[in-house]
Design a protein around this ligand. Structure first.
Ligand SMILES: [Zn+2]
Length: 239
C-alpha cells in the first residue's frame, strides 16, 4: 500500500488490514560518476515496494534527505544535520501514529554512522514517549552487506559492486557505465575539511564486478529479510 498513490478512503480501509508502515529514508549524495545522486532513496523505496507486493504494509513517501559526512564535499551531495533528520522522523512517526499506525520500520538506504545513530537515537526517544509502538531501524548495510557469497569485493560499501549491481537490476537506465575501483584514504581519527582530496572519485569498492544478476539476488534476499523482520516486530508487539 503505497501511501503517495492512495486516497484518504483507501488509507482508512488499509488500516483494517495492518498498522505497520515502512518509512524509506534516503539521501541526496554523490554515488561516483556512474550512479544517480538519489541512489539511496531509490534503493530504499524500491525495496519497500517489493515488500508491499508480498504482504500488507503501508509504505510512507520516502524522506529524500539524510546526514552525509564523508561525501559532503563532493558535487551534488545535499545533506541535512542529524538534528533535522531526528526532527523529521519524530514528526513523521507521530503523525502516522495519530492516524493509527503502530509498527514502524525505518528503512534507510544510507548506512553512514552518524545518520544511523541519529535514527536510532530518535527511535529510542519515541519508544519511551509512546507506550504502544514498536520500531525497527534497518540500514542498507544490514541487508546488502550480508553477502552470502555474492559479493567479490572486500570492503565494498559505496557506489561499488553492491550498489551498482542493485541499480543495474532496479533502474538500469540510470547507470552510466562503470567507475574505476577506488577506496578512500581519509585519515583515521583526524577530521579533515577537504574530504574529496582523500576520496576524489567518490567510489568505495569495485563497480566493474557489478552485474544485474547479482543485484537481483541481493534484492530478493533483502526483501526476505525485511519481511522476516516485520513479522518479528509485529509478534513482538503482541507480546
Ligand atoms: Zn548509497
Amino acid at each position: 500500500m503505497i501511501m503517495e498513490e492512495m486516497t484518504m478512503t483507501e488509507f482508512e480501509k488499509g488500516l483494517e488490514k495492518t498498522t505497520t508502515v515502512i518509512i524509506p529514508v534516503g539521501t541526496v549524495e554523490e554515488h561516483g560518476p556512474h550512479l544517480p545522486l538519489s541512489t539511496d532513496t531509490i534503493q530504499a523505496m524500491d525495496l519497500a515496494k517489493r515488500v508491499s507486493q508480498r504482504m500488507d504494509v503501508f509504505i510512507a513517501p520516502p524522506l529524500h534527505y539524510g546526514f552525509c559526512r564523508s561525501t559532503r564535499c563532493h558535487p551534488g551531495t545535499i545533506g541535512v544535520s542529524a538534528g533535522a533528520l531526528r526532527a523529521m522522523i519524530r514528526d513523521i512517526v507521530k503523525s502516522l501514529y495519530f492516524h493509527g499506525l503502530r509498527c514502524f520500520v525505518i528503512l534507510s538506504g544510507h548506512a553512514g554512522q552518524i545518520h544511523i545513530a541519529a535514527l536510532n537515537e530518535v527511535g529510542e526517544e519515541l519508544l519511551e514517549e509512546i507506550p504502544d509502538i514498536s520500531i525497527a531501524i534497518l540500514s542498507g548495510m544490514d541487508l546488502f552487506l550480508d553477502k552470502e557469497g555474492l559479493v567479490e569485493t572486500e570492503g565494498d560499501s559505496h557506489a561499488g559492486e553492491i550498489e551498482t549491481s542493485m541499480m543495474l537490476y532496479m533502474r538500469p537506465e540510470l547507470v552510466k557505465g562503470r567507475a574505476s575501483e577506488e577506496y578512500p584514504t581519509l585519515p583515521r581519527s583526524i577530521l579533515v575539511r577537504n574530504k574529496r582530496k582523500y576520496w576524489p572519485g567518490g567510489v568505495w569498492g569495485d563497480p566493474s564486478k557489478a552485474s544485474r544478476e547479482k543485484g537481483e539476488k541481493m534484492i530478493n534476499l533483502a526483501v526476505d529479510k525485511v519481511i522476516d523482520l516485520i513479522k518479528k516486530l509485529e509478534s513482538h508487539r503482541e507480546e
